[in-house]
Design a protein around this ligand. Structure first.
Ligand code: AMP
Length: 277
């Protein structure tokens, strides 16, 4: 595996090989969820590039940025174990020679005003800023993203459309721990006790999906938020989204594509998850 720290070196490597490139952007602290995206990319591309960059412009909470886990030696071992071809590991200066405050704005429409957009002001703008830079550096034909960050996938599709980039998005399933908790780099910051209670989130989402046929969403939401509160969660939102119109729905509709989306804090750690209904 090649490791490049500068755009120039990565660019030179890629321009010498005229082959299909699959790209997996990450912030490191890799786990099997990230590795599943690399495996997916390897099936469909000659070269798989993974980036590790903890992007300062997408953290609306500075404490979250400062405490983001960095495990680079282990990450390199994991990338080698799944056969990634290239790791792009830039510094903040390499990615933002213009400084991080000089922010362009992206017209994300309703996506910037609902759910994560409403609860994390500026977050998606920061995501778009770094993803635009990365896509222009790597120029992949295929981009692999995790369904765990459902709204982020919609935002990046919007970015690709806005910039008219010819890259195809692949949304890969969420990998979960054996108790159902969605794998996340942030999980390692949960205490042992919180880690056990964190499983309540997925069981509540499943409970809602199971009862979607015989109960209304508002009563299921109320009882789930109560169950989650008893497990220590402070819920930010639990909503039902029509994935085609991007409308938040009051109730289930079997003729529409819908997804349940959750965000909340368990202790200091903010967790998100989602489930199609
Ligand atoms: P992150 O390092 O958290 O920015 O995530 C990098 C990529 O991995 C994003 O596309 C995430 O959606 C994806 N990802 C994170 N967790 C999971 C998971 N549990 N299963 C599948 N993909 C994931």
């Amino acid at each position: 595996m090649y490791i490049f720290k500068t755009k120039e070196d990565l660019h030179q490597y890629l321009s010498l090989r005229n082959q299909s490139v699959g790209f997996v952007p990450t912030m490191g602290a890799l786990h099997p969820g990230h590795l599943s995206l690399i495996t997916e990319s390897k099936k469909e591309n000659k070269i798989t590039v993974c980036s590790i960059f903890v992007n300062p412009t997408q953290f609306n909470d500075i404490k979250d940025f400062e405490k983001y886990p960095i495990t680079i030696d282990k990450d390199i071992e994991l990338l080698l174990s799944v056969g990634a071809d290239v790791l792009f590991l830039p510094s903040v200066k390499e990615m933002y020679p213009e400084g991080i405050d000089n922010t362009p704005t992206y017209d994300l429409g309703i996506l910037d005003r609902i759910l994560e957009g409403a609860h994390r002001p500026g977050h998606f703008n920061g995501v778009c800023r770094v993803v635009e830079k990365l896509l222009r550096i790597v120029s992949p034909q295929h981009l692999y993203l995790g369904a765990k960050d459902f709204q982020q996938c919609l935002v990046i599709q919007r970015l690709v459309d806005l910039l008219q980039l010819s890259v195809q998005l692949h949304i890969c399933d969420t990998l979960r721990e054996s108790d159902g908790l969605a794998m996340s780099s942030r999980n390692q910051r949960l205490s042992a006790d919180e880690r056990v209670r964190a499983a309540t989130l997925y069981s509540c989402l499943q409970f809602i999906r199971t009862h979607a046929k015989d109960k209304d969403f508002s009563s299921l939401k109320e009882s789930s938020v109560e169950t989650l509160a008893a497990a220590g969660f402070k819920t930010e939102y639990l909503e039902l989204l029509n994935t085609e119109t991007l409308d938040l729905m009051d109730d289930f509709n079997p003729t529409k594509h819908m997804v349940l989306l959750y965000a909340g804090k368990l202790g200091e750690i903010r967790l998100i998850d989602n489930l199609k209904v």
